[in-house]
Design a protein around this ligand. Structure first.
Ligand SMILES: Nc1ncnc2c1ncn2[C@@H]1O[C@H](COP(=O)(O)OP(=O)(O)O)[C@@H](O)[C@H]1O
Ligand SMILES: [Mg+2]
Length: 263
């Protein structure tokens, strides 16, 4: 079974004026299949820095990240990334974008097309497989980004505010879809958001981060996503007494924090 272990992770950015920013300090986190970790926190608390380290886009100043005991030292196919702004290639169709990484790895045409179509079905986009990227909506582009990240069947999905730019209805719909994906695939998810409601709905493990230095200030185990899997009614889950109570608790944690930690 896969396991992702983050131990005593610190990242120090050297500023041009000689002032350093301790973007992350002493972060410990363990993830296993089926864990949906959501990092919630104001701008500047180190969420993207943490994701970039897990993705292998950058190396920490101190500490280690291992996946199945192997040190993360660069990007890899076992970690799929979805960005806030889609990073799709506009000159390729939807399905060509999804199969691109498989093509680069030498997977044959029929096999990679079948894999890409399967991922597109999972995000309800199979009808748009041949559409150019610029002809589909923002919500569809983000779903295509999710399908692309799934294409190489990664153990870990890394998502940096993927729904942040979408309207509320589209956002809620894709949240439901992501919970279904998590449930079907039992992958590890590391998901960043500013939205308390989104965090509570998606997370099995919520980490609330605070800045200066960036660190994990609070952790919660949640099961609202499992409730959604049972009842398929996200509005019922989000309006339940338990959800509202938790939302107020997390909001007060964020609001009671010192001024500098708020967004
Ligand atoms: N490349 C960089 N060089 C210097 N400082 C950076 C760089 N990237 C991020 N920072 C700083 O590190 C802190 C954490 O940033 P970031 O990880 O982007 O936070 P978040 O994603 O939570 O908004 C912030 O103070 C930010 O200004
Ligand atoms: Mg960020």
């Amino acid at each position: 079974m896969s396991i992702l272990e983050i131990r005593k992770l610190s990242v120090n950015y050297a500023g041009s004026n000689g002032r350093n920013t301790l973007a992350l300090s002493n972060v410990d986190l363990t993830m296993q299949p089926g864990d949906f970790v959501v990092a919630l926190g104001a701008s500047g608390c180190g969420k993207t820095t943490l994701l970039s380290c897990i993705a292998g886009f950058m190396q920490p100043s101190e500490g280690t990240i291992t996946l199945d005991g192997k040190l993360v030292q660069g990007p890899g196919a076992e970690r799929g990334v979805v960005f806030q702004k889609h990073a799709l290639m506009p000159w390729l169709s939807v399905v060509e974008n999804v199969e691109f990484s498989l093509k680069m790895r030498g997977v044959g045409k029929d096999e990679r097309r079948a894999a890409a179509m399967d991922k597109l079905k999972r995000v309800q986009l199979e009808k748009y497989a041949d559409s150019p990227i610029y002809q589909i909506s923002g919500g569809m582009q983000q779903r295509a980004g999710v399908a692309r990240a799934l294409a190489s069947n990664p153990a870990v999905m890394l998502m940096d505010e993927p729904l942040g730019a979408l309207d509320a209805l589209t956002r809620a719909h894709i949240q439901d879809l992501i919970v279904e994906l998590w449930w079907q695939t039992k992958k590890m998810f590391f998901f960043i958001t500013h939205s308390v409601e989104e965090a509570l709905f998606l997370a099995t493990d919520l980490i609330v981060m605070t800045p200066s230095p960036g660190r994990i200030a609070h952790r919660f185990k949640l099961d609202f996503s499992r409730q959604f899997i049972e009842c398929k009614d996200s509005r019922a889950v989000k309006s339940s007494a338990a959800f509202i109570e938790m939302r107020e608790k997390v909001l007060s944690l964020i609001h009671d924090a010192p001024e500098a930690t708020r967004g």
